[in-house]
Design a protein around this ligand. Structure first.
Ligand SMILES: Nc1nc2c(ncn2[C@@H]2O[C@H](COP(=O)(O)OP(=O)(O)OP(=O)(O)O)[C@@H](O)[C@H]2O)c(=O)[nH]1
Ligand SMILES: [Mg+2]
Length: 207
């Protein structure tokens, strides 16, 4: 039996439903009252992924206000995937996903130099006062390299497990590619004295 340990970030503006999402996913419950996260909260969930694989998820629920405190570099270290969330009744929470994604792509980088897989969740789709259209979410998601986007309602338990399954699937596929890449002889560079190969060093230089 193989066990994968995956660190997953949950990011997005304050009040969009990140902590509620984690609580619903891990404990199967929903609270109506808002209790703002300070810093970051941690949860763990074990998935029996297949006959041969277990997945231990370490969920890092980052407070919305953390984008302004520049602690995110520390939180993002070692993460292999991300859930980015906004509230469909709040235009600003959607627009700010651009900043969250830029911050993420600058700071959470895989060993192969690629950005980590990130799923975009349009939460609170149970509410009637929706202001963000599916068309703009689709455009934004494609333009910014998200794995996928989904409408969710943590309140009604819509698409919560589905979204996490989709993300975990993507992370495992990226991870297996990373694990299979072994540095070959062509990837290693031997140390060389300048005089040994002055032609190539000149070619790469400015004069
Ligand atoms: N109607 C509705 N309300 C929701 C939903 N998800 C969360 N909420 C409510 O939204 C409020 C904020 O939820 P939180 O999960 O605390 O928000 P957060 O994103 O963790 O906020 P910060 O910790 O400040 O970053 C709470 O009152 C929740 O009950 C949803 O799908 N539908
Ligand atoms: Mg929170």
């Amino acid at each position: 039996m193989t066990e994968h340990l995956l660190k997953i970030l949950i990011v997005g503006d304050g009040d969009v439903g990140k902590s509620s999402f984690v609580h619903r996913y891990v404990n199967g419950q929903f609270n109506k009252t808002y209790k703002m996260t300070v810093g970051v909260d941690f949860s763990v969930k074990l998935l029996h992924w297949s006959d041969k694989e277990k997945v231990r998820l370490q969920l890092w629920d980052v407070a919305g206000q953390e984008r302004f405190i520049s602690m995110t570099r520390i939180y993002y270290k070692g993460a292999l995937g991300c859930v980015m969330m906004f509230d469909v009744t709040s235009t600003s929470s959607f627009l700010n996903c651009r900043h969250w994604k830029q911050d993420l792509d600058n700071k959470a980088i895989l060993p192969n130099g690629h950005s980590i897989p990130c799923i975009l969740l349009a939460n609170k789709c149970d509410l009637a006062q929706r202001v963000v259209s599916a068309e703009s979410i689709n455009r934004f998601s494609k333009a910014n390299g998200f794995v996928a986007w989904m409408e969710t309602s943590v309140k009604d338990n819509t698409n919560i497990g589905e979204a996490m399954r989709r993300l975990v699937q993507e992370i495992l596929s990226v991870k297996s590619n990373l694990d299979s890449v072994q540095p070959g002889p062509e990837d290693s560079v031997n140390p060389q004295l300048e005089s040994e190969d002055s032609s190539s060093s000149r070619a790469a230089g400015c004069c």
